[in-house]
Design a protein. Structure first.
Length: 192
């Protein structure tokens, strides 16, 4: 299996990092999100040579017709409807990676027979991922070093909302829950 084309569903923190990891491995990547561009996340995606599309203008299945077929789809949205749309956008021999957790009891209608038929005849796979071991954290550190060499300053742009000092924990909590446009809220415990 030699993936060439990938889609990332979701342009939040996890989607941005997935886009980065796939680009570092040489894949053509299109990342889909709900927010129309331009905004910081779309700019970050395009800065590393990936494409950003909003699902408002380009539905997921249509994105596969325009940019696919997708060998790999990484889902990071928390929306069950996106999971099933992604199943329909996956190419033959493709892998769909589910990284988000959907909450509540949302019900949706899906073309189950069509999805099943295309999965079996297309030799497709869906896997869920939730955790990592030490080896994967070490790989993440290597990826960050590679990213800094390849796209200098890109990772720093993810740190959007600093809060100075642990004594300002209330501000930190407020930023985590209400900050508009936040990618990463962080506590600065010492000067960088």
């Amino acid at each position: 299996w030699r993936p060439r084309k990938a889609a990332v569903m979701g342009a939040g923190t996890v989607g941005l990092l997935a886009t980065l990891a796939l680009r570092l491995r040489g894949l053509e990547v299109v990342t889909l999100g709900r927010t129309p561009k331009p905004y910081l996340n779309s700019e970050l995606i395009e800065a590393i040579g990936a494409r950003y599309e909003t699902t408002v203008d380009l539905p997921i299945v249509e994105s596969a017709k325009k940019y696919g077929p997708f060998d790999l789809i990484f889902e990071a949205t928390g929306a069950s409807s996106v999971v099933f749309e992604s199943m329909q956008a996956l190419g033959k021999n493709g892998v769909l990676v589910l990284s988000s957790i959907t909450g509540a009891n949302k019900m949706i209608e899906v073309p189950a027979d069509k999805i099943n038929l295309e999965y079996v005849l297309g030799n497709k796979v869906t896997v869920g991922t939730v955790n990592a071991n030490r080896e994967y954290f070490e790989m993440g550190v290597k990826d960050m070093a590679h990213a800094e060499a390849e796209y200098r300053g890109w990772l720093k742009r993810l740190l959007t909302h600093p809060v100075k000092g642990l004594e300002n924990y209330q501000d930190l909590l407020n930023q985590l829950t209400t900050a508009k446009g936040a990618i990463k809220v962080f506590c600065e415990v010492a000067e960088l």
